[in-house]
Design a protein. Structure first.
Length: 473
């Protein structure tokens, strides 16, 4: 277990983390016909929306209760109640999540009581599911807000069941915040190759994968996990929970439905993917598909090809806890070393990171630690690009947000194919940085002449008429 160093600074310098309301909103966007509503000022919601639009380059449905000076002092319960009524009436969503911010949490708003008052005052909107989640942005990070929202949605909307296994081919997948839409697409393929039907909770690969739709505009999400899908979770043959942060959600779902749960800290690299494949083979009773066997062989060959660059590579990583743990294990699997590890927030995954020390901090901490440890490459989100420029090091973009390149949300890191491409990317970045890990060219000292012996210099004749020689001979 690494030594976990908590924050002691009074302020963040070049912040790393995205807030809990952003994480809660991200989880909500993975459900069909959903609308996240942040209980706070309009600026809180606008800031989160800019994050999402720059990362996904898609229109993002997001609402605010628009707290102002008066409601912040006198009380903002009516903002929540009337805001829910307006959204339910105009946008007609299937699901609304009410996510608190630092302002409403400091005020002490009881959002769950506000939802009950909304139900009593406006019974005509009883068909709209409303879930309230406490996500203060002065603690935690995107990962913890995401996990809290998933757990609350499952608690509120999944019925208790004693029919586990009645849908023999269905597999529930609790998808952690570190999984990109590209990761989920690949994971869906892997599960379907075993003849199984995956139900993702939530499913960003269906709602935020960058596809065009027939409708010109939708005020709510298009695609994702439907509320009818949630009703069937108790009938599945198994649940796969990806990410240590989803432990609470996984435990609750298993206790409520009796569906056995297989837990994975991450799906990065050969060993983690092997565990996933064996679990799916046991659940389905099928042999491992030939396509996966070929991808595994391709990854093994890539590991041989890249070990010259990856072996003893000194890496600095900044990410949320689950992703930090995954990246550190992938690096160690290839013989590299994570010499600087900075987490955006505290989380259970930090206890499993294969490093001596993890710091919960910001990008200033990453820069100092990477410089002191002699890091050779940086892994982080787009905010870490400036850190890499300061250190004159290459950077592999990973995490949230990725706004300085197109299509970052669609990158695949999991599975045999994802790990293979990640190793290629890391190796190419290392090669571009002055070929640090290549064997230097050998030049014999006997094959080089001093500059003074250059034959381009004019010859000098001696005074006694002897053959001309170099002056120093």
């Amino acid at each position: 277990m690494p030594d976990i160093v908590r924050r002691k600074k009074a302020m963040s310098v070049n912040p790393l983390k995205a807030s809990q309301p952003v994480g809660g909103s991200l989880a909500t966007l993975g459900f069909d016909r959903a609308m996240p509503m942040l209980h706070g000022s309009q600026g809180c919601t606008a800031f989160a929306k800019v994050y999402f639009v720059r990362h996904f380059r898609e229109p993002i449905p997001l609402q605010s209760t628009a707290m102002d000076q008066s409601s912040s002092i006198m009380g903002a319960d009516d903002n929540v109640i009337e805001g829910l009524k307006t959204v339910a009436e105009k946008s007609k969503p299937d699901l609304i999540t009410v996510l608190t911010t630092g302002l409403s949490e400091t005020q002490g708003t009881d959002v769950k009581r506000c939802v009950k008052e909304f139900r009593a005052r406006y019974p005509q909107f009883g068909q709209v599911a409303v879930v309230a989640v406490n996500t203060p942005d002065f603690v935690g990070c995107l990962e913890s807000g995401y996990a809290a929202t998933v757990a609350e949605i499952l608690t509120e909307l999944v019925p208790e069941s004693k029919q586990a296994g009645s849908r023999k081919r269905q597999v529930n997948i609790l998808a952690g915040s570190m999984l990109t839409p590209g990761d989920l697409e690949h994971l869906r393929d892997i599960v379907e190759w075993f003849g199984l039907r995956p139900v993702f909770v939530p499913d960003l690969s269906d709602s935020l994968d960058g596809h065009l739709t027939d409708s010109e505009f939708s005020p709510v999400t298009v695609g994702g996990t439907t509320l009818s899908d949630l009703q069937t979770l108790g009938e599945a043959s198994a649940t796969l929970a990806v990410g240590t942060s989803l432990k609470k959600a996984a435990d609750m779902l298993e206790q409520r439905t009796g569906v056995p749960c297989h837990r994975f800290d991450h799906l990065y690299g050969l060993r983690a993917t092997d565990a996933l494949v064996m679990a799916l083979a046991n659940i389905s009773g099928e042999r491992v598909p030939g396509r996966l066997e070929r991808q595994r062989a391709q990854l093994q060959d890539a590991m041989v090809d890249t070990h010259f660059m990856m072996g003893f590579l000194r890496v600095a990583v900044a990410a949320d806890p689950d992703q930090l743990n995954a990246l550190a294990h992938l690096i160690r699997e290839m013989g590299g070393e994570t010499v600087a590890a900075v987490a955006a927030g505290d989380g259970p995954a930090l206890e499993h990171v294969p490093v001596a020390s993890v710091k919960v901090g910001d990008l200033e901490d990453l820069e100092q630690m990477a410089r002191d440890a002699g890091a050779e490459i940086i892994i982080g989100n787009s905010h870490a690009v400036q850190t890499a420029e300061h250190l004159n090091l290459p950077i592999l973009r990973c995490g949230f947000p990725l706004y300085d390149q197109v299509g970052g949300y669609q990158k695949t890191f999991i599975g045999y194919a994802g790990a293979r491409q990640t190793l290629f990317d890391l190796s190419n970045l290392t090669l571009s940085n002055n070929h640090r890990h290549e064997v230097p060219v050998y030049r014999s000292m006997y094959g080089q002449k001093p500059a003074s012996e250059s034959f381009t210099q004019p010859l000098q004749a001696t005074a006694d008429g002897a053959h001309p020689t170099h002056a120093h001979c």
